[in-house]
Design a protein. Structure first.
Length: 358
């Protein structure tokens, strides 16, 4: 072996274990999604620390399966183990079991595993360039992505985010016309509709699965000021009629983001506002690689879901999960005729929020 071909044994072993840890993370997604589905994290939060017999008695599940699952979860550090008993730390309870907390993220496991059925189709995407739509992933993907991102819409949109938009709460209370573009299962739409009964709300989405979920949620809510629309059958109006347009993690997913932004501009009144939430990222890959704490997670979602959706037509833009950063957003909205772009103070590690005006 030449000097150029020589391998450093210590570095080889470190890289091997790094890859092994990533394989372990793949199994962990499957087993943690299973634990979330079976309610095991919530059970541990309620009654832990317990041994596997006690957890079996509490849940009605088979002890031997629970014992192996608990041992796995202890090995990956999500469940604590001491003196033969398994439990959750206070922090783990929040992240894994408290669905109404801002840091809840067990839904991330189920969102990840929901993409697994589409993996056999991705080799063709790499060969042809044509990606998968959201509906191509099936209903589970739409449901779990909605669950993963629903905290803001359910809990903070009305009391915390909307008051940051100058004048918009007064208009909503008086009676405004609102569009939620890419409304998904209608979480944000229904939260606003319930809070502002004098206003009217239109939800647009191209996903059949999402609209079906939204219709079920609308029927259960009992509100009567919401309308759900597939824009392929009924496009957004080309005349200014909306006082407020909202998009939550939508622009980077679309096949034609420039067209979408122009459509929002055309449908918005001159004194209206577009509240845009999208993934927080840096302008360059080098910055994301060096500085973004969730870059690996987000690029993973991009290949399997977001960029794939953005390339699901032959001429799709394929921005990708991290592709609609502030620099790109400023340029594209200015090109579409918007004159004001403000970054809102409200934000989190995952998303940036913009107040964009005609």
């Amino acid at each position: 072996m030449s000097q150029a071909q020589q391998v450093d044994r210590e570095r080889l072993e470190k890289f091997f274990f790094r890859v092994a840890n990533q394989v372990s993370a793949g199994f962990n997604c499957s087993l943690s999604a299973l634990g979330d589905r079976l309610g095991l994290y919530k059970a541990l939060a309620d009654v832990g620390p317990v041994d596997s017999d006690e957890l079996a008695a509490h849940t009605g599940l088979h002890e031997r399966w629970l014992r192996e699952w608990l041992r796995h979860q202890a090995c990956v550090g999500q469940v604590e183990y001491a003196d033969g008993r398994f439990g959750l730390s206070p922090e783990a309870k929040i992240v894994l079991a408290e669905e109404d907390h801002a840091f809840f993220f067990a839904s991330g496991f189920t969102a990840c595993t929901a993409t697994y059925p589409s993996i056999p189709r991705l080799p063709d995407a790499f060969r042809t360039g044509l990606g998968l739509t959201y509906d191509d992933h099936g209903e589970a993907c739409a449901c779990n992505l909605e669950r993963m991102s629903g905290y803001l819409q359910r809990t903070e949109l009305v009391p915390k985010l909307l008051p940051e938009i100058d004048g918009i709460v007064d208009r909503l209370e008086a009676g405004a016309a609102v569009a939620d573009v890419g409304c998904g299962s209608g979480t944000a739409l229904l939260a606003m509709a319930e809070a502002f009964p004098a206003s009217t709300f239109t939800g647009y989405d191209t996903s059949t699965h999402a609209l079906d979920n939204a219709r079920r949620n609308l029927a259960e809510s009992g509100v009567d000021n919401v309308r759900l629309v597939d824009p392929s059958a009924e496009p957004m109006p080309d005349a200014p009629m909306f006082d407020l347009v909202t998009t939550f993690d939508v622009v980077h997913d679309t096949t034609h983001p420039a067209d979408l932004i122009r459509a929002i501009r055309g449908s918005l009144k001159e004194d209206g506002a577009w509240v845009c939430a999208d993934i927080r990222s840096f302008p360059t890959f080098e910055q994301n690689l060096a500085e973004h704490p969730m870059a690996a997670l987000l690029y993973g979602f991009s290949v399997t879901v977001c960029m794939s959706s953005g390339m699901s037509t032959p001429d799709g833009a394929g921005l990708g999960t991290l592709g609609f950063n502030e620099e790109v957003a400023r340029t594209m909205t200015s090109d579409a005729g918007f004159s004001r772009f403000e970054v809102l103070e409200y934000g989190n590690a995952m998303n940036a929020y913009y107040d964009i005006r005609p």
